[in-house]
Design a protein around this ligand. Structure first.
Ligand SMILES: C[S@@+](CC[C@H](N)C(=O)[O-])C[C@H]1O[C@@H](n2cnc3c(N)ncnc32)[C@H](O)[C@@H]1O
Length: 322
């Protein structure tokens, strides 16, 4: 049912729009209607009557409402009606400036897919730390000296650094500008290491160029391009070569939710166990998979699973042969 904004909320909406902001009114976030939302700046604005400051039960209810918005990556500003009556212009211009600064911060890249992932890497939960340790051990035991390795979705290059302990012939690709700018900083003095800015679905390499392709924690982000990207990985793999894949397991939902809340990734909606984040993140989907689903997907592109490891409830790591 359409709800009309209060007069004060409507006045603020008009003032903000005059300053060039995109403003939505009475947005339903699944828990409540929010008076005004600045979606690009991820700011919610509640324009409150005096009971929001004088009624203890209203105060407690507001705290709870705000908590839901925090979980979705939005922050909330509360403005009393009285302040709108006395200082509408000042409030609108301060909000416009604060909004512009937040949008600029998002554009600088902290709030991209890899930006959030890097926050997880810096302060992992115990379950994620276990995965990162297991991936490291798995790569070290699986990759042989001097093999040519391609790391698809290399991010900041953390796995490339591990692979380098076994072979110096490592190439990483990522479609995120920031990742490809950051990752090479770690390898600037090694001429056999390359980081290429490209799409996983169209790799600029000859057929059969690599002994090993790693596909670590990228499958969850590929949405409708899973088969295309896996086919490309198989194309550049030598016959008999292996693809080492890690991905969230079907039992990972609670662990993932805990981490998304912790780093405040803006969640647009959740469909079953699939998270759809704000589209400003770039790769903005995150999924989890059962062993059977991974086998079905990889079989379609000519891969055969030859080894499996489950890491707690969070993830699978497996080796698939061409
Ligand atoms: C969750 S991060 C994992 C990064 C790294 N593999 C790791 O395990 O630390 C997913 C990475 O895949 C990249 N990515 C997502 N979709 C991609 C695509 N279609 N082509 C290339 N890279 C992609 C993202 O930019 C991001 O760096």
């Amino acid at each position: 049912m359409y709800r009309k904004p209060t007069q004060e909320a409507q006045e603020l909406k008009v003032a903000l729009e005059k300053l060039g902001l995109r403003v939505l009114a009475e947005v339903d976030d699944g828990h409540k209607h929010i008076d005004l939302t600045l979606p690009d700046a991820r700011i919610n604005i509640e324009v409150d009557g005096s009971q929001h400051l004088t009624d203890p039960y209203q105060i407690l209810s507001d705290l709870k409402r705000t908590h839901f918005s925090d979980d979705l990556g939005y922050d909330t500003v509360h403005i009393p009606n009285q302040a709108i009556h006395t200082n509408l212009g000042g409030i609108a211009s301060a909000l416009a400036e604060a909004g512009a600064l937040r949008i600029e911060g998002f554009r600088k890249g902290k709030d991209t897919n890899i930006g959030y992932w890097e926050q997880v890497l810096q302060a992992p939960t115990p379950a994620y730390q276990k995965l990162f340790d297991a991936e490291r051990d798995y790569l070290l035991k699986s990759i042989k000296p001097d093999e040519k390795v391609l790391d698809i979705g290399c991010g900041d290059g953390r796995n490339m650094r591990t692979i380098l302990e076994k072979t110096k012939f490592v190439t990483g690709i990522d479609n995120d500008q920031i990742a490809v700018k950051d990752a090479p900083k770690h390898f600037s003095d090694i001429s056999t290491v390359k980081v290429v800015h490209t799409e996983a679905v169209s790799l600029p390499f000859e057929n059969g160029s690599f002994d090993v392709v790693t596909f670590l924690m990228i499958l969850p982000n590929l949405d409708t391009h899973k088969i295309e990207a896996l086919s490309e990985a198989v194309r550049v793999l030598k016959s008999g070569g292996v693809l080492i894949l890690s991905t969230f397991a079907e039992t990972a939902f609670d662990e993932r939710m805990e981490v998304y809340k912790r780093v405040k990734v803006p969640i647009e909606r959740i469909e079953g166990t699939k998270f759809i984040f704000d589209k400003s993140l770039g790769a903005n989907v995150s999924e989890q998979f059962s062993r059977d689903e991974i086998e079905q997907l990889t079989k379609k592109v000519g891969l055969k699973a030859i080894e499996w490891q489950k890491v707690g409830t969070l993830a699978y790591i497996c080796t698939l042969q061409k």
